[in-house]
Design a protein around this ligand. Sequence first.
Ligand code: FMN
Length: 287
Amino acid sequence: MQFSKSVIEVIKERTSWRTFLNKAMGNNLRNDLEQILELNDIDSPFKTQGGNPRFQLISIPDFNPEENVKIGTYGFIKGAQEFIAGATNIAEYNLENYGYIFEAIILAATDLNLGTCWLGGTFNRSQFSDFIQLKSDERIPAVSPVGYPTSRRLKEKFIRSISKAKLRKPWELVFFNGDFNSQIEQDEIGKYKTILEMVRIGPSAGNKQPWRILKEKEQNIFHFFVKFSDDKKLSSYNQFVRLDIGIAVCHFDLTAKELGIKGKWEFKEPNIERPKELKYTISWKGQ
Ligand SMILES: Cc1cc2nc3c(=O)[nH]c(=O)nc-3n(C[C@H](O)[C@H](O)[C@H](O)COP(=O)(O)O)c2cc1C
């Protein structure tokens, strides 16, 4: 993917934005975004078993003028004139694939200085289904407003404080060395430190950060797992963890590519003892 600056900077800059200027995007920006949504430039490791995702830019004037867009997002988003919405059919890795691709789109929009916010829950699915003429075998995993950000309103600040949106889990809770009881020493893994840090600071539903990455000892092989929650209060987030791991893989992949660190993705579950709530997704093997 082409960014105007380092993707590491773009990943650091990205933050969920829920308050927008009431102003439609200029034609140049629209064209740039529509180009990105053609996906020619996005290469997800899940693509062969990732279904057929498609994405579309929706303008608010397309909404029924009687309806306030606030209804479409239950008041979570204010002022947005445009949304990126997508759909995918059923496939083994359709949600991981959607997560990877949608995050790549979000980063590209961030690079264009546009505000975005992953919405997996707080949007009106039936309204958005109409807009993108959802087919019977398709689902909409997530959408995002896209537009000119303006100062966060009080309600948005409240939403952010509830999910502790700025905080992330420390290294030792998400990255492991050889087994799930041993930690990775940050200073002993060279450039991989930056790659893992870009995974760590990624967005996730409810900021739950369900990714767990296990590095093989003495080898540059990284296994990606997701943590499902069996806590009743948190189990509603389980529907999003496959999107979240797609985001983690996206950040790892784009950062490694930018740093010129070569490797390949493979589906080869390691024979390593692990907590039962962890599910294996994919591995990256350095070359
Ligand atoms: C898969 C996914 C689904 C999300 N769904 C919602 C949502 O429905 N409503 C919302 O306000 N934020 C949603 N978010 C945004 C998260 O709350 C946000 O990414 C997290 O709190 C971290 O904050 P940040 O994005 O500013 O770094 C979602 C994020 C992801 C990755």
